[in-house]
Design a protein around this ligand. Sequence first.
Ligand code: C5P
Length: 216
Amino acid sequence: FQPKVLRGKRVLVTAGPTFEPIDPVRGITNLSSGKMGFAIARAAAEAGAEVTLIAGPVVLPTPAGVQRIDVQTAVQMHDAVLPIAAKHDVFIATAAVADWRPAAVHAHKIKKAEDGITAPQIAMTENPDILRAVAQLPQPPYCVGFAAESEKLAEHAEAKRRRKGIPLIVANLGPATFGRDDNALLLIDATTQRELSRADKLSLARELIQEISVRI
Ligand code: C5P
C-alpha cells in the first residue's frame, strides 16, 4: 500500500538516453536503460500525482496512468520539457542526456573513403542543459537532478547541485547501474545527506518520492 503523498501534484520526469544522429543510419547514444526514471514515474503515479514522462529511446512499458512522450535527441527532449515544465510542481531529471551532438547531420550515409584509411571527422556541438534551463525558469518546479560520479561522490554531487541551482540531487552509489534492476542512492539537499541503501529500483523510487513529498 502506497500512501497518496502526491495527490493533486503534477510531476514531470525525463528518462533514458538520448540518440544524436550522425547520418540516417548512425548516431551517438549511451547505456542508460531508463529503468530508474520509469520506476520513479510509476512511484509518483502510485502516490497520486499526475505524471508526464518524457522518454528517450528505451524498450520499457509505460507505467499505468502515466502520460508518456517519446523523443530521440536532447534538443527534442528540451523542446518537449521546457514549454510544460512550469505547469508541474516537481521536475525529476533522470535522463542521461548526451552532452554533445554532431554539429551537422549528414543527409546520406557517410561512405568509406576511397583509400579505405581516412576516417571521417565529426564536429560536435554542445547540447542544452535541460535541468539547468528548468531550474532557471522564473517559477520553477521543485527540481531534482541525478548524478553519476566515478569518484568523490558526495563532493562532486553537491558541487553539481549548486552549479545547476537545484534544491535536491540524487547520486548513484556505484557500481555502474546502467541496465541493472537495483541501485543505491545518496540524497543531498542544502542541509542534509541521506543514503537509501541498495534495493530494487522501484523500492528506491518509492522512497525517493516519499522524500520529495516532505520537501515540497
Ligand atoms: O551535468 P550532468 O550531465 O552530470 O548532470 C546530470 C543531471 O542533469 C541529470 O539529472 C540529467 O538528467 C540532467 N541533464 C539535463 N540535460 C543535460 C545534461 C544533464 O537535464 N543536457
